[in-house]
Write a protein that binds this ligand. Sequence first.
Ligand code: TXA
Ligand code: MG
Length: 344
Amino acid sequence: MSENTRKTQLLSGDAAGIAAAGEILAAGGLVGIPTETVYGLAADATNAQAVLSIYAAKERPADNPLIVHIAEPEEMYEIAAEVPEAAVRLAEAFWPGPLTIILPRGKKIPPEVSAGLDTVSIRMPAHPVARAIIKAGGRPLAAPSGNRSGRPSPTTARHMLEDMDGRIPLIVDGGACSVGVESTVMTLCTEEPLVLRPGAVTAEQLSVVLGCPVRLSHAITEGLKDGEAPQSPGMKYKHYAPKAEVTLVVGSTEQYTAYVNAHREEGRMALCFAEDAPLLQTACVVYGEAEHPEQQAQQVFSALRELDERGAKTVLAHCPQTSGVALAVYNRLLRAAAFRVIQL
Ligand code: TXA
Ligand code: MG
């Protein structure tokens, strides 16, 4: 894409970029915004028409609810109908940051934001440009990840532009996202607190703050059973999928590299850890070091996009760990692989 043919404006996250974003948002328009997790596609969360245009630009199914982003913790009282003590404690411990809390939906938020549910998910992002844009717009922002539905989430402004050029007027560039996977989504609207989507804030950390066990939804690692109603509608859709067919391979460095070397074929690439790369006899894309889940999280989505750019037809991905922060990476890759896993 050249500068000349580009239809969506790209501005840096300085005062001018923030002001331009604020104006578009206040007028009901859409803006791509940086957050510490992934780029978001933002609109005024109190304007039903603006919110509906998010679904159109993303080609997002109408039954998949959006997260409302706020600039100060106190704003949660205007968004939720009820704020339990647990939400206050979580906000104190983890906001601003990559935690989304689901609470009963307040009157200020139209049903379109929550795809008709009587709950609303709320997050206060840590990225200073995200919060400055929320303040400049003067309203809470509904914002899903800024990818076209089904594609890997964008972790740079350029990746968002690839998916959204010509569909929205502006993307504000706040640099590469530091976390790299979407926020942890947890609900306080079930009998016990439950994590619906794993992220950089882990269930162990949540349970320390809440002083009670925090369970993980089984859909995080298993997918939904036929006919099962998802607690989080996003869990039922094919996600994060590159064009290539991805398979997860579970094993040590030695096992994984030996397997990949023995199964080379035309158009096949490896998605591997830094330690694997020198041992492989096939083209590969690295997504961090084996013992550094934060690196893996930061790099996984851009690695999936790079595999597409390099024309991979099939991909053998070295499976990450399945606990702590690595669970978030595993969850995304498992979906990118449509649950295809080889155990060595
Ligand atoms: O890090 C993030 O959370 C990013 C940045 C932009 O903030 N946003 C993001 O939004 O990942 P999205 O729309 O791609 O993912 C939101 C997820 C979906 O799986 C959706 O189904 C779920 O959260 N969700 C949102 N509101 C919900 C609700 N009221 N009840 C259950 N699930 C909800
Ligand atoms: Mg998303």
